[in-house]
Design a protein around this ligand. Structure first.
Ligand code: DLZ
Length: 163
């Protein structure tokens, strides 16, 4: 996670492998939209900074984090990207809904990675409070969207280099 111990937001572009021609899908949850928009901004800015052209970044929205795996699967099926970044924010409430959503989205994204042999990146904040989420979406602990973008490029490059 984006913490002050490991914060990829300040990563040096020289440390990123070549990204020529890569196409990246991004699926974004509309729930907690202020936070997920900040994650999206971080991810897209980082992708562009590291050499992905804007017309190779495909952004699509789903209603909530629970829908991220299916949205990501649609992108993988129909757009054939090199990686899909999943961005969401689940905040603990008074009920156990939090646990079920977190479990569903985590398992769903894990399954997609293995089913498609394609990087599906887990850019989902799971926090106790809105402030904790904001701290990790462009706040004092960096931006998890930046980290997700870097991870997508590293994994996409790994796949290309082994083929
Ligand atoms: C229903 C719900 C709740 C209570 N909380 C969140 C949340 O904190 N973050 C999030 O991304 N989505 C939440 N949702 C919506 C679910 O993800 C999902 O969209 C609905 O349960 C419909 O399947």
């Amino acid at each position: 996670m984006a913490t002050n111990l490991k914060n990829l937001s300040s990563l040096n572009p020289a440390e990123i492998p070549p990204v020529n021609g890569m196409k990246i899908g991004i699926v974004v949850s509309e729930w907690n939209r202020d936070v997920t928009q900040a994650l999206l901004e971080g991810a897209t800015k980082t992708l562009v900074r590291l050499g992905i052209s804007e017309d190779h970044i495909h952004v699509h929205y789903v209603p909530g984090s629970f829908e991220l795996p299916l949205g990501a699967q649609f992108i993988a099926e129909y757009l054939k990207p090199d990686a899909v970044i999943c961005l969401g924010c689940v905040i603990q409430g008074e009920t156990r809904h939090f646990d079920y959503i977190c479990q569903g989205v985590t398992q769903g994204i894990t399954d997609l990675n293995l089913k498609y042999n394609l990087p599906f990146i887990f850019g989902v904040l799971t926090t106790d409070t809105l402030d904790q989420a904001k701290d990790r979406a462009g706040g004092k602990h960096g931006n998890k969207g930046d980290e997700a973008a870097v991870t997508a490029l590293k994994m996409a490059h790994m796949k290309k280099s082994l083929k």
